[in-house]
Unconditional design. Structure first.
Length: 452
């Protein structure tokens, strides 16, 4: 009997594949002076999503169309270890369906995937084929049947661009997710944004070594190209890499703040860090050592499109063009959101000023969060043995003096001026309710980048 691995099992053992990297500039702050004289707009986008090119449920056109029709200005389809090129192939992330007779595919291009009679990761079922046919017509889905199996052709990136991109209205950025991990099962994933070729995942003993080696390889492979490197979901599957890993690698400038659910089979550790704390621990160290600050991306890592999107990023750029968007991200001129919007964010001199774009009535709160110079940098490590609801892990625990609320404003506008004892400041906006959270799980909320 053929064994079909689950996504979790496959990801756990995956250590090689293909991918790409990115560099970020050295400035995380932007000023009113820098923005003066330049017309900038806010653009909503998502730099982490999946479709049937790897293990997302819908076919690619349906997935891209979802973002375009839900108010997004730009997206990057980041399928696992693959770019949506026209190379003929029959295997990908978690599946291998080489046809018994290749003659039927003479002169064909792209990835072909078999229709499965049963649901399961990362299968393509008739349901998703039918929904695309219903939306785009019978001719929108090409199939070839060989040896009793029906193969579906995946639309390439170039074809998707031709179908969906509208200059000034909707943009697609090429890229993919580099997927693999450590021999002990810790997952270390990275997104490479604005690249069209992949290199094999470099596996190593520790997350820091994996980041370092893949980042370095990306610089070599993509020399001269304009691209971004993003460290993905540190909390998934279960505290899989630590703030210490990014403290050790100050050249990594972007991480996913919002895409951070623990694997559903596991329970959070009562003393384990949360993504906002992760962010502040890294930035306390970086600010104290005059290093570039870590910037937080909002993304939804979408596989199943039946639920609302859980996070996105809003970038302030001169135009809806890749160079302008990437430049703005490097400067930290963007925010992460899961439901609220900023009308304006300015950092001038030492003052961070924000204004909420109020779209419905309610109580709103602005929290200015940072770390003071006299913070306690010490930490302890908890050795967590394997249990019924968790894998074995070593979890770093940090001081409560990191990432504190420096000031709170009840209302829709506020400002905070850095004091001599402050290392940096960032702002978080929330809509106040009975179920308000005090961390990254706040909903709806939005987060500025840190400034100093």
């Amino acid at each position: 009997m053929t064994h079909h691995p689950s996504r979790r099992d496959f990801v756990k053992t995956c250590g090689t594949a293909a991918a790409a990297a990115s560099l970020l500039g050295t400035s995380s702050a932007f000023s009113a002076k820098r923005a003066a004289g330049r017309q900038k707009r806010w653009f909503k986008g998502n730099l982490h999503m999946h479709n049937q090119w790897s293990d997302g449920k819908p076919l690619a056109p349906w997935a891209i169309d979802w973002y375009k029709t839900h108010g997004y200005d730009f997206i990057c389809p980041t399928d696992h270890n693959i770019f949506q090129s026209d190379e003929l192939r029959f295997h990908g992330f978690g599946f291998n369906n080489q046809p018994s007779d290749l003659a039927a595919f003479k002169d064909e291009t792209s990835l072909w995937k078999v229709i499965s009679p049963i649901e399961g990761w990362p299968k393509l079922t008739e349901r998703y084929v039918d929904e695309s046919r219903e939306k785009y017509g019978e001719d929108a889905v090409r199939t070839i049947t060989v040896g009793g199996q029906t193969y579906v052709r995946m639309a390439t990136f170039a074809e998707l661009e031709s179908q969906f991109v509208e200059p000034g209205k909707f943009l697609m950025i090429p890229g993919y997710e580099q997927t693999g991990g450590c021999p002990n099962g810790q997952q270390v994933h990275m997104n490479f944004i604005n690249v069209r070729e992949v290199f094999s995942y470099i596996q190593a003993e520790t997350p820091a070594e994996i980041f370092d080696q893949n980042f370095t390889k990306g610089k070599e492979v993509y020399r001269g190209q304009d691209y971004l490197f993003i460290a993905d979901h540190p909390l998934w599957r279960y505290y899989d890499f630590s703030p210490r890993d990014l403290i050790a690698l100050p050249r990594i400038r972007l991480f996913e703040l919002n895409n951070n659910s623990i694997d559903g089979r596991y329970d959070a550790h009562p003393e384990g860090w949360k993504p906002e704390e992760f962010w502040d621990v890294v930035n306390a160290h970086r600010a104290a050592h005059d290093q570039p600050l870590l910037l937080g991306i909002g993304s939804d890592d979408r596989h199943d499109y039946t639920k609302p999107a859980k996070a996105w990023s809003v970038v302030r750029a001169e135009s809806l063009a890749v160079p302008d968007l990437l430049a703005a991200i490097r400067e930290g001129d963007f925010y992460a959101s899961n439901g609220l919007d900023f009308e304006d964010i300015q950092f001038a001199g030492k003052t961070l000023s924000v204004k909420i774009d109020v779209r419905e009535e309610g109580r709103y709160r602005i929290e200015f969060i940072g770390t003071r110079k006299d913070y306690d940098p010490s930490s302890q490590q908890i050795d967590v043995p394997k249990g019924s609801r968790n894998p074995a892990r070593k979890i770093d625990v940090f001081s409560d003096s990191i990432g504190v609320v420096l000031e709170t404003v009840e209302g829709t506008e506020g400002a905070y001026t850095l004091k001599p004892e402050d290392l940096y400041v960032r702002a978080k906006i929330v809509k106040v309710g009975d179920d308000s959270q005090t961390d990254w799980q706040s909903h709806p909320a939005a987060w500025t980048q840190p400034h100093r």
